[in-house]
Ligand binder design. Structure first.
Ligand code: FES
Length: 234
């Protein structure tokens, strides 16, 4: 499907991209879509930060060749969009719990979407970024700027009154996810493992994860998993 760039805000390391799709796509928090630039043969998966009707926003870290190209996108330029893919957070999590949302860098994107759609399930939001440049393009409650992101995110989480009944919904680097899992051993933790995805659509076979129910593919069976059911060290 075609989408048109409505707005693009950039910093050195981040892009906040707003597009308008031809028709409304049904996208639940935690799902991702494939975005393809004009001169590219393949698209790449991106999770959604915000959606209302045909308007979709993406918070993107500038990390590879395609995202560097995205920095050059102009208003009214066309891109291709496909989706949504992946299992919505809401279908896997325990809806009787309250969630501390812990986002590492642009892993915060699907959590921001979740908090907008399901505020009654959110206990606290902590979106950790390494540099304050993110504030130029992102204005949401819960932004936490710190260079030593992993440990300081945990310290910040520790200032919240977390009971063993509260749960975590987290998304970020594998390092961050392992750290949170080791630290909050008594709490239920659901993690979006999207950082490990490549093609996003089951072709590259590059996203296997060992679970208590055998090998699963992050892009097809996730990206969200209950961390008590996966072996992160595999
Ligand atoms: S990301 Fe390519 S198969 Fe899952």
């Amino acid at each position: 499907m075609k989408a048109v760039v409505k707005n693009i805000e950039t910093t050195k390391n981040y892009i906040l991209l707003t597009v308008e799709t031809e028709k409304e796509l049904k996208i639940e928090p935690g799902q991702f879509v494939m975005l393809k630039l004009k001169h590219y043969d393949f698209g790449k998966p991106f999770s959604v930060t915000y959606q209302e009707g045909k308007i979709i926003k993406f918070l993107i870290a500038v990390v590879g060749e395609m995202t560097k190209e995205m920095l050059k996108l102009k208003t009214n330029e066309e891109i291709a969009i496909r989706g949504a893919y992946g299992i919505p957070f809401i279908e896997k999590i325990d809806q009787n719990k309250k969630y501390v949302l812990l986002g590492g860098d642009c892993g915060s994107a699907p959590l921001i979407h979740f908090s907008e759609k399901y505020p009654h399930l959110v206990k606290e939001k902590i979106y950790g970024f390494a540099t304050s440049e993110i504030k130029k393009i992102l204005n949401v409650e819960g932004l936490h700027i710190d260079k030593e992101s992993n440990m300081n995110l945990l310290e910040k989480a520790n200032t919240i009154n977390i009971s063993s009944d509260d749960a975590f919904l987290i998304c970020g680097s594998m390092d961050m996810i392992k750290t949170v899992k080791n630290y909050f051993k008594n709490n239920k933790i659901y993690a979006s493992l999207e950082a490990r995805m490549a093609c996003g659509i089951g072709i590259c076979k590059g996203c296997p994860i060992k679970t208590t129910e055998g090998i699963k593919m992050i892009c097809k069976d996730g990206p969200i998993f209950d961390l008590s059911e996966v072996e992160l060290e595999w």
